[in-house]
Design a protein around this ligand. Sequence first.
Ligand code: PLP
Length: 385
Amino acid sequence: MFKKWHLFTPGPVPVSSRVLLAGAGEIPHHRLPEFSRILAEVREDLRYLFQTERPVFFFASSGTGAMEAAVANLFSPGERVLVVRGGKFGERWGEIAEAYGLRPAYLDVPWGTAVRPEEVEEALIRDPEIRAVLVQAHETSTGVKHPVRELAELSRSREVLLVVDAISALGVYPLPMDEWGLDVVVAGSQKSLALPPGLSFIALSERAWERVERSGSPRYYFDLRREWKAYRKETTAYTPAVSLLLCLRESLKTIRELGLERLFAHYALISRACREGVRAMGLEVFSDPPCEALTVVKLPEDLDGGRLTKLLRQRYGVVLAGGQGRLKGKVVRITHMGYQSPLEVVLALSALAVGLSELGHPVKMEAGVLRALEIIREEGKEVYA
Ligand SMILES: *Cc1c(COP(=O)(O)O)cnc(C)c1O
């Protein structure tokens, strides 16, 4: 009874019952006209979310599938791409590129900091063979926000593509695909879209689409040419994840009702409240600059983060995420994505403080919680009016 789970993990995130129940009914057949109407609605709302006139495709896969689709459809073996590598998901771009026989050049940035556009420009000048820049909008492993807008301008001027993994960013902060000139935007369901796991998304600019026709990489399920052919006939190439699409339809409807502006304002507000709360407790935020999807908190040197997350999970049902890769045990990640009310930040912060003091590292809990509440009360008047 008292073991209610509170998910603050960056995937999966809490999903509302309104959205979950939308996928709980009988399964409509995906080749019937009724389903084509649902598809048309979903596709239109996806364009609203991506802020694009271009088609948005989806696959029955986790987000990594759409990352793989980007690489397989855009590039040929032997081609050079620039991979921004400042965390686990930057590393993943590199691994996929290598698996497809590309020759990635790596721009390594210290974990916890963002890439500087000048560094990217230098790398492009040094190696004119580079065809594209692969980057994360939010590097979820470190909580950093990369300067996507600046990178888009730069990529345009140097005639390379900008491929953006926005799996934890789309719908969290403004990322207008057409306006900023992003060539590829990839998203996933169980992160910023507040859905169960199992759907991935990809949209391509016209410039990027030209390469799809020419790519010499092997592809089958993720072949966007087949999806485009099906798209024009108001269907999908293969059986889609029907239940998840019904959830998606409902989730997109709620986003439209709310409006992107308010959604962005909500995330900006709760992420700031969390960061300021963390600092008021006497702790440090790991990421510079921090993203709005999650807050990554540096833990005291002599504390094993695994013990903290385990204690909070077992005793209170509060699930914070630990660090990944080289950050294992050193940070804790609090997610703001998904179906959360503003005051849930306070729950996460107080859980963090209780856990730390339990493990012999007392922090200024009251100061932290008060600071977060102050910010939410002040700025929430407008955002939640
Ligand atoms: C979670 C995540 C991925 C991987 O997504 P899966 O759905 O786990 O395959 C890739 N990139 C970023 C930025 C992520 O947050």
